[in-house]
Write a protein that binds this ligand. Structure first.
Ligand code: ADP
Ligand code: MG
Length: 843
């Protein structure tokens, strides 16, 4: 991999340093961290001083290779390398090695960071010595026991956390996985071979035993158990221990003891003792050794490939799954771990080639950057407990708020079926108009109200649709067979237009006979054709029939003074339907009662007068009533004021007279009897009169105060009525003069839209297409009877459901609410409780 080395020159001739300072990793993100690489040189008496030199800061190794004389004088072979590292450990004690290499990684693992420490190098260079150390001599113990010690020491220092430690010991030999702790009595032999499994939480080895250790001693005995097994296996299974990779993993999980926090941290420390890295061929191996070497070379070269990929910021795919080693270490190489590579080398000249190879590996590893991150997890059980606690607390708080706001018996629990049914009924009554408002109780109830609105609405939609389907047959415009059948029957012409009957005996429109109508200005029945021509004549309207003509109103507000309310109430729908199919002569005199809509709307003041007699009559009556009560109260107040003033004047006069009497008495000399003043009759009467006046004054004054309060209240009602009257007028004005007549049918009582529900702008903005469709439908299809117009109106509206929804047809609350079903009684003289009952509509 010499291409990685950038030339380095000094006075001794050409020199190469293996790794130029890479800025790739650190430049990308501030939190990125390079893999720490250290070199440990195995102590030797035969150190190659001329060939191996350390930098002054002990952070680089320069290698100088003597010229190969066998290759002749002309020799371009590279002879000098310089490797930048994070530290060179020469003749370093196990203690120093641990301090330099592992201490920080282990410490950070307790804060939630994963850590990986790997020993790489040729066989015999000291990997196992570094990692495990000698088990006989405590002083020479390696990273593994020291790491366990540090972990338990740190746990002792953190009494605020409940920290658990688990360990596992995995060996990979010839691409097979072995559990070095499977011999423990409680583990039992594994039935299925171990496999590497990936899940969102990371990589784990299925079948590998993981052991909970509560203290240092347990952990050590597990370590020795594994080490012993490793040695035994090297004999019984003829395994060469230096030909296998060993991964000792410490799993840490820390929960806070003080905070009832559902968050907790986990981490794992992978301590990896890699197999010898020496290349095949050099040892001239054969047979089993060859197989081992092949596997090792393969896995180490896959490790190298993964590391090269990890070091290349442009690479997206890292080939982790090429071998067991890289696959098992997938989430421990690079990624979010703290990573350290310790390269063990010989310091002897004979091993220089392998040393070079190991240092190259180290320098490649140095290119890799990681992004250490804390592994935060959530304890679901604790989270539920905390949320339950919080919920209880909030409920208590709510209860306090409710009692402060004098709201009792508010239930915040989920609603039961009965409560939901009650809300459903409220919503229905609201839509019908028999309920003016739905009291807000809490959020849950508001949500349920909306929910029930949807339920009721969709039910009504279905009802309307099925009612229509029961009565009419819809012919699809694209259903040519059906259309041609209709054409054959002579009902429509080839263009789909209705074939009219010249003598007016064709299909009449559903027009209620006048007698059945509640005394309203209504057109009489005409044949469809007649209506078509007459409406075209009158206003040149695009729609063939005015929706108003189909209206049968049950609403009081639509009544003129001559209305026959009884007729309306008694008339059943059946009657309306049967009567509607009978065509009436076209020259019905009643036609004049309903004047056609003027081409220009009347001025508002004029229209307002009409409105007050028509739809607004009821509200206007109430308005007037309220106003007269207000005026009456005002009058009474002013009378009372006058009386009070009169009383006051008389009181003043009386007081003056009394004072005069008193002064007279004083002049004449006073009489006293047993401590009581003797006064004459005149003075006595004056006193009585003053007392009486005072009493009157107080009563009248009290009355005046009450009257004023009533006036204020009454004024409020009058204002509200006025506002309501004007609002209703605006709606009426728009609906009467601006909304296309063919759409007005929907706005009529019994139509599908409650007046005022749809802003006029929305109706006016009905798309061209929808309008076209509407009139086409009307023209094409009237095979089932004149009432089909309503059906097609409904169809058009169904298609426009996006704009507005259906309401129940003929529900009593439609149109302006009639006084007897939606009025809210507001008693003016609540103290007196009897007189002057005012009516007010809630707007
Ligand atoms: P590897 O695991 O790399 O094949 P070992 O760790 O087994 O090599 O080391 C081979 C031999 O060298 C062992 O007997 C070990 O005790 C010894 N050894 C290695 N490194 C050192 C060192 N730094 N100090 C003392 N002895 C060492
Ligand atoms: Mg070893």
């Amino acid at each position: 991999m010499d291409e990685e080395a950038a030339p380095k020159r000094d006075k001794n001739g050409p020199k190469f340093h293996c790794l130029p300072h890479s800025t790739q990793g650190s430049a990308r993100m501030g939190t990125r961290k390079k893999v720490h690489t250290f070199v440990r040189v195995k102590p030797t008496d035969d150190f190659a001083h001329e060939m191996i030199k350390y930098g002054d800061d002990n952070k680089s190794i320069d290698i100088h290779l003597k010229k190969d004389t066998r290759r002749g004088v002309v020799n371009n072979q590279q002879t000098d390398w310089s490797f930048k590292l994070d530290g060179v450990l020469h003749n370093a004690s196990q203690d120093l090695v641990y301090e330099t290499v592992a201490k920080d990684v282990v410490a950070q693992a307790l804060d939630g960071y994963n850590g990986t420490i790997m020993c790489y190098g040729q066989t015999g260079a000291g990997k196992t010595y570094t990692m495990t150390g000698t088990t006989e001599n405590y002083k020479h113990r390696g990273i593994l026991p020291r790491a366990l010690q540090q972990v338990f020491r740190m746990i002792e220092e953190r009494p605020t956390h409940a920290i658990t430690v688990r360990v596992s010991y995995l060996e990979i030999y010839n691409e097979s996985l072995f559990d070095l702790l499977s011999t423990l009595p409680y583990v039992g032999p594994s039935v299925t071979p171990m496999t590497i499994v990936e899940n969102p939480q990371g990589v784990f080895i299925k079948g590998l035993s993981v052991h909970l250790t509560s203290q240092e001693e347990d952990a050590f005995s597990l370590l020795f158990e594994g080490e012993t097994n490793r040695i035994i296996a090297s004999h019984t299974m003829n395994k060469n221990s230096s030909r296998s990779h060993c991964i000792f993993t410490i799993y840490v999980e820390a929960h806070s003891r003080t905070l009832s926090d559902e968050k907790y941290i986990t981490s794992k420390i992978n301590l990896v003792d890699l197999a010898g890295s020496e290349r095949l061929g050099k040892s001239g191996s054969e047979g089993r050794v060859l197989k081992e070497a092949t596997y090792i070379n393969k896995s180490l070269s896959f490790l190298e490939q993964a590391i090269i990929a990890l070091g290349d910021q442009k690479r997206e795919h890292i080939p982790f799954r090429q071998c067991k080693l890289t696959h098992a270490l997938k989430d421990s190489l690079g990624g979010n771990c703290n990573m350290v590579l310790l390269t063990n080398i010989y310091g002897e000249a004979a091993q220089l080639e392998e040393t070079l190879s190991s240092l190259r590996f180290a320098s490649r590893m140095k290119l890799v950057t990681t992004e250490p991150a804390i592994n935060k997890k959530y304890d679901a059980e604790r989270m539920v407990k905390n949320l339950e606690k919080e919920l209880a607390l909030l409920k208590q708080e709510l209860a306090i708020h409710d009692s402060l706001a004098n709201r009792t018996l508010v239930n915040y629990d989920p609603m039961d079926e009965i409560q939901i049914a009650e809300i459903n009924s409220q919503v229905r009554r609201y839509l019908e108009g028999t309920l003016d408002e739905i009291d807000i109780i809490n959020l849950r109830q508001i949500q349920e109200v909306f929910n029930q609105f949807r339920v009721v609405l969709s039910q009504q939609e279905q009802e309307v649709e099925s009612a229509l389907r029961r009565k009419y047959t819809l012919i699809d415009k694209n259903d040519f067979a059906a259309i041609s059948a209709v054409q054959k029957a002579g009902l429509v012409d080839v263009d789909g237009h209705l074939v009219g009957e010249p003598d007016g005996q064709g299909f009449g429109l559903g027009v209620t006979p006048f007698s059945a109508k509640p005394g309203k200005k209504s057109k009489s029945k005409k044949t469809f054709k007649e209506q078509l021509s007459s409406s075209a004549r009158k206003e040149g309207a695009s729609s063939p029939v005015s929706g108003k003509e189909l209206d049968v109103s049950t609403s009081k507000t639509q009544l003129t003074p001559s209305s026959k309310e009884g007729d309306v109430k008694d008339m059943t729908i059946r009657e309306r339907e049967t009567s509607s199919i009978e065509p009436l002569p076209s020259d019905s005199p009643k036609e004049e009662l309903r004047p056609p809509r003027p081409s220009t709307p009347p001025p508002k003041p004029v229209a307002f007068e009409d409105f007050k007699n028509e739809r607004g009559s009821e509200i206007n009556r109430i308005f007037k009533e309220n106003k007269s009560i207000l005026n009456e109260r005002r009058k009474r107040a002013s009378e009372t004021t006058q009386r009070i003033n009169a009383i006051k004047r008389e009181m003043d006069v009386t007081k003056e007279a009394l004072n005069f009497q008193k002064s007279l008495r004083e002049k004449q000399g006073e009489y006293e009897n047993k401590g009581l003043m003797i006064i004459d009759e005149e003075e006595f009467l004056l006193i009585l009169k003053l007392k009486d006046l005072k009493k009157q004054y107080r009563t009248e004054y009290q009355d005046l105060r009450d009257l004023r309060a009533e006036i204020q209240y009454c004024q409020h009602l009058v204002d509200q009525c006025r506002h309501r009257l004007l609002t209703e007028f605006d709606i009426w004005y728009n609906e009467s003069f601006f909304i296309p007549e063919d759409l007005q049918v929907a706005l009529k009582p019994g139509g599908s839209i409650r007046p005022g529900m749809v802003p006029v702008s929305r109706i006016m903005s009905l798309g061209e297409d929808a309008q076209d469709k509407f009139s086409q439908l009307q023209q094409v299809l009237l095979p089932e009877g004149p009432d089909s117009v309503a059906f097609y109106n409904a169809k058009v509206k169904t298609e426009q459901k996006v704009t507005w929804g259906f309401m129940s047809p003929g529900s009593p609350g439609q149109g302006l609410p009639a006084g007897d079903n939606v009025s809210m009684g507001a008693t003016m003289n609540r103290r007196q409780g009897t007189e002057d009952h005012m009516q007010l509509r809630q707007s």
